[in-house]
Design a protein around this ligand. Structure first.
Ligand code: B12
Ligand code: SF4
Length: 444
């Protein structure tokens, strides 16, 4: 096997600004492969409008190409792979990341007939040579995978054994993110979330549901490395929810308060309310902004999506966070199964009551790897929708190699791939736009 490999970070033109948060997962893979003796060339095409030209330029220069891809990025990866194969038919292409991992999860959940009907399994199989589902921190192409189409890698249990992702593979300083005017970058202090919200991807895949943490020492080591080598002193924690293990977080906060770093991260509201001492510790540790996945202001919807919180708990958490002088951002979604106009109004009212410092209102996209996608059944209830989830949410299983789909994008460019019995797709977009406009006007 040729030891020279090109790793590609694809563009995401659907984001408001692509060069905010560097992709840590691909850096993990690059670092792991380099340690296995591969000569790694990372092509960071994020934000590059001439990405096709770049791919044409390098197509003949490598034998092995590895793409990292979320579902939203897959149309670009699909196209880049096509270009490479056209120019260099004997090349070997691999895809890893959230998209193949989520599609793999659907593949094991769906029966043989649904597998045949699922456009996303087909488009992955017809594109690259090797589909990598799961973590890529133990990748060695010679060892395990010759002649295989799908690989599902085991999760790494002791994540401290994974080397600190080497940020010099990217031009990390060309990403621009600031917290309180300070130069910030991304960090992952744990992996996996044990909860099971029905819209969230990977609830059945070990990489995303097996909860594992870096030790306090290792987190500090990575922050110090980012500070010393690149000058960052502010960190966006990529962890799904930072407060799953209260004891470890308190220990970490204890160390962080000795440092002059500041932080932003996501917390679960119920665990904030349950452990009030944590908010003080987070404030002392330098957290300047906390975000929660509020999702909805309707308790009925929160129950349906299995969030494990209520509107009241979410409100209490918001108040507790703000009372410590920490900025608070709320993330909400419209288009939940069975959602009605009344539920949307409850979300609006919740936002007005909570008065967050920032908020997002997005529209649900049923991605492969989520319970909604995997448990949906063929439905003929509405003309333009062929799948229904519990007869309460309707959508199509679109081919994500052709159709770009994301739930947070550029204002004015939102669309809804879903409808409920009461709210049409157009109605959801209209409600979303109105709601956002009204709340911004009233709160800011
Ligand atoms: C941080 C984050 C973001 C950030 C930054 C993303 C970035 N540039 O990295 C922001 C806020 C921009 C973001 C945006 C979006 N996100 Co996001 N995000 C995350 C989050 C919380 C962490 C990502 C991360 O760093 N993980 C840690 C690393 C170690 O894991 P990893 O990236 O999967 O990489 C490992 C493996 O996948 C594999 N691997 C990765 N690449 C490759 C390549 C090769 C060749 C190989 C062999 C292996 C391999 O090895 C890596 C190391 O083990 C994840 C959830 C999660 N817990 O991972 C969601 C997640 C990736 N996001 C998700 C979604 C839906 C989105 C959006 C579509 C939302 C939207 N705006 O509409 C966009 C899409 C953005 C895009 N560029 O495509 C979904 C993806 C679902 C899917 N089917 O693709 C996830 C899984 C959340 C969820 N559970 O539903 N996101
Ligand atoms: S939405 Fe957040 S809490 Fe729910 S399963 Fe996903 S990561 Fe976990």
């Amino acid at each position: 096997m040729n030891k020279k490999i090109a790793l590609i970070n694809p563009p995401s033109p659907f984001l408001i600004d692509e060069r905010v948060f560097p992709n840590v997962g691909l850096l993990n893979v690059a670092t792991a492969m380099r340690n296995e003796g591969y000569a790694i060339n990372v092509f960071d095409l994020c934000g590059n409008k001439e990405y096709k030209e770049k791919i044409k330029e390098i197509a003949n220069k490598f034998k092995i190409f590895g793409f990292s891809s979320t579902t939203a990025q897959f149309p670009y990866v699909y196209e880049m792979n096509r270009i490479i194969k056209e120019i260099n038919p004997s090349s070997f292409t691999i895809i890893g990341g959230a998209h193949p991992s989520a599609v793999y999860s659907s593949m094991i959940k769906l029966g043989p007939k649904e597998i045949k009907n699922d456009p996303n399994i087909a488009s992955l199989e017809e594109s690259v040579d090797l589909i990598w589902a799961g973590e890529g921190d133990r990748i060695s192409l010679e060892k395990d995978f010759k002649g295989k189409k799908w690989i599902h890698s085991e999760v790494v249990h002791d994540i401290d054994s994974i080397p600190i992702p080497d940020r010099s593979f990217f031009d990390i300083n060309s990403y621009h993110y600031e917290l309180n005017g300070r130069k910030a970058t991304t960090i992952m202090t744990q992996r996996g979330c044990p909860f099971s919200c029905i819209f969230c991807c990977g609830r059945k895949i070990p990489m995303y549901n097996k909860f594992r943490q870096h030790s306090v020492e290792r987190v500090i080591e990575e922050m110090d490395y980012l500070n010393k080598d690149f000058g960052f002193d502010a960190f966006m924690w990529f962890d799904d929810e930072i407060n799953i293990n209260n004891k470890r977080l308190l220990e970490l906060c204890n160390e962080l308060k000795k440092k002059d770093y500041i932080h932003r991260g996501f917390v679960r509201s119920d665990l904030i309310v349950k452990f009030p001492e944590l908010v003080d510790a987070l404030a002392d540790a330098g957290f300047v902004e906390l975000c929660t996945g509020v999702e909805s202001g309707s308790d009925r919807i929160l129950k349906i999506i299995n969030k494990g919180t209520t509107a009241e708990i979410n409100l209490k958490a918001a108040e507790m966070i703000k009372s410590k002088g920490i900025r608070y951002k709320a993330f909400t979604i419209l288009g939940h199964p069975s959602e009605t106009y009344e539920d949307v109004m409850l979300t609006k009212q919740w936002l007005l009551n909570a008065k967050p410092d920032g908020f997002d209102v997005t529209i649900l996209v049923p991605y492969p790897g989520s319970k909604i996608y995997e448990e949906a059944e063929l439905s003929s209830k509405y003309k333009n929708y062929s799948y229904g989830y519990k007869d309460e949410l309707f959508f199509n299983k679109v081919d994500f190699s052709k159709k770009q789909s994301y739930y947070k994008g550029i204002p004015g460019e939102y669309f809804s791939p879903v409808r409920t019995n009461e709210l049409t797709a157009e109605g959801l977009v209209e409600l979303r736009d109105k709601l956002e406009e009204e709340i911004r006007r009233k709160l800011f």
